[in-house]
Ligand binder design. Structure first.
Ligand code: NAP
Length: 168
């Protein structure tokens, strides 16, 4: 992805997502919302050219019928609480299915006052870094299931900031 940045990549270049399951943190607003929207647009039920037969459609995208059903679920997740992270991951794992794409997007930016997570970590570090680190680790079995069952490899995307360049 880093090679694509600045080289004219747009959502139009995104490959079809049919048959893939994605989990996006903070998908209710901002970048997460638009990431969810664009991913969903790449996996619509009605994207097939008219007249394409069912079996041919399946072969086209190399996916099975159960993956053709668009399913959008919400999972309550507070990344500032490791208990909530664990509960969300357990609910996801209990589904038993593969997870093809995890987008660690949610985050807080520079709270004015020092605040802490439920577990006593500084809020921004605890939410953006530790919460997502725990979520990713807990979801590894679902990502591994995807690795075993899908044509495309599972992917974990973590959003950061160019602000890191100012650090040393
Ligand atoms: N926008 C930028 O210019 C920019 C620049 C550099 C980096 N980033 C990074 O890109 C990511 C998205 O940015 P954005 O501008 O789209 O952010 P945003 O509009 O502020 O949205 C942040 C999202 O994170 C969620 N969130 C905050 N605290 C949470 C918690 N404890 N548990 C679960 N979800 C939580 C929010 O949910 P609620 O709405 O429920 O609070 C919201 O959905 C962030 O990680 C940000 O640091 C953005």
């Amino acid at each position: 992805m880093s090679e694509a940045v600045g080289q004219g990549w747009t959502v139009a270049d995104m490959p079809w997502q049919i048959g893939r399951r994605a989990l996006i943190t903070g998908a209710n607003s901002g970048i997460g919302y638009y990431a969810a929207l664009e991913l969903a647009r790449k996996a619509p039920m009605c994207c097939w050219p008219p007249g394409t037969r069912r079996r041919a459609r399946r072969r086209w995208h190399g996916c099975t019928p159960r993956f053709m059903r668009p399913a959008r679920r919400w999972c309550l997740l507070d990344l500032a609480s490791l208990g909530s992270v664990r509960a969300c991951a357990e609910a996801e794992l209990a589904r038993g299915g593969p997870l093809d794409l995890l987008i660690n997007n949610a985050g807080v930016y520079a709270p004015k006052k020092r605040q802490q997570t439920a577990d006593g970590f500084e809020l921004q570090f605890g939410t953006n870094v530790l919460g997502h680190f725990a979520l990713t680790g807990l979801l590894l079995p679902a990502l591994e299931r995807a690795a075993a069952s899908q044509l495309q490899r599972p992917r974990v995307v973590t959003l950061a900031s160019i602000a890191h360049k100012r650090g040393s």
